[in-house]
Write a protein that binds this ligand. Structure first.
Ligand code: AMP
Length: 300
């Protein structure tokens, strides 16, 4: 399905029959992380819509829009057997008939300018704009997002609250490779050496988790130190934020916090995050995506 009118017609019909709708927005190049979202969606609603759209609006002029993998056929194959009702894969002209630059945009609040937003100006406005459009097009009861993109989850949740949008946001824990690397569509760009080097992100989160008992400064010092001896890896940021505000915590902060990390490995930019319990015993379980946890299989 690649037209807005076509998707609306299908969903209107199903809703008339009393069906609920779950939406899983993606940019395609699907991996097991995306599929975990789809499985969760399948549990939550009668009709599951997966959107596949590489949104030009959320890429900066020097970013990897052209290089971003587009694998629609393989994506559709990966979704078969998961009970997806509609794959919505519009082209750019369908979503932005007058061009993406000219139209109305959603503007993120101040958190949108931090972390990922500081490194990718305009990224979150572009992301929120397309997500708002997808919400308006599909009018889902629930939309499913991955904790992998923690700042995205925060900003989408804020948009839903701030604009009184009528849906629920469901968050699925980060799915990882066996060695801890968070699954990402961009991992396919890593060569053998970079794939090994990329582990430093998960390792830095481990280091942060282990030192969280000693407070935020110690946690940050240990996390950043993990990047010390990795050639070809450039740390963009390593911060610890209060999940309620997404603002950096101070040294007095105690309780559940979120550590965010971003780094460039060769030419590939990767992000990851983990919940930690600041001021608690080192082994304390800080949340659903504690590093040791295996990929979630909500269907099981
Ligand atoms: P993307 O296609 O990168 O825009 O991602 C689409 C959705 O999949 C977003 O909600 C992401 O947070 C989620 N996602 C991507 N990677 C993972 C992962 N490793 N685990 C869980 N969710 C993920």
């Amino acid at each position: 399905m690649n037209t807005i009118a076509g998707l609306r017609a299908v969903l209107d019909e199903r809703r008339r029959g009393g069906a609920s709708v779950a939406l899983v927005p993606t940019m395609g190049a699907l991996h097991d992380g995306h599929l975990a979202l789809v499985r969760r969606a399948r549990e939550l609603a009668d009709v599951v819509v997966v959107s596949i759209f590489v949104n030009p609006l959320q890429f900066g002029p020097t970013e990897d829009l052209d290089r971003y993998p587009r694998t629609l056929e393989a994506d559709v194959a990966a979704l078969s057997g998961l009970g997806v009702d509609v794959v919505f894969a519009p082209d750019v002209a369908e979503m932005y008939p007058d061009g993406s630059a000219a139209g109305t945009k959603v503007t993120a609040g101040p958190v949108g300018g931090r972390y990922e937003g500081a490194h990718r100006p305009g990224h979150f406005d572009g992301m929120l704009t397309v997500v708002a459009k997808l919400f308006s097009i599909a009018q889902p009861d629930v939309a499913v997002f991955g904790q992998k993109d923690a700042q995205q989850v925060f900003l989408v949740t804020r948009m839903v609250a701030d604009l009184d949008l009528r849906l629920r946001i469901e968050v699925v824990p980060t799915v990882r490779e066996a060695d801890g690397l968070a699954l990402s569509s961009r991992n396919r760009f890593l060569d053998g050496r970079e794939r090994v080097a990329a582990l430093v992100l998960a390792e830095s989160l481990d280091a942060a988790r282990t030192s969280a008992a000693d407070g935020a400064s110690e946690l940050l010092a240990e996390g950043v130190a993990a990047f010390g001896d990795h050639d070809g890896v450039d740390l963009d940021y390593f911060v610890v934020v209060d999940p309620a505000t997404f603002l950096p915590v101070d040294e007095e902060f105690r309780g559940r916090a979120l550590v965010l990390v971003a780094a460039r490995v060769g030419t590939t930019r990767l992000i990851d995050n983990a919940f930690v319990e600041i001021g608690a015993d080192a082994g304390a379980d800080a949340g659903p995506d504690a590093r040791a946890e295996l990929p979630p299989s909500p269907a099981e």
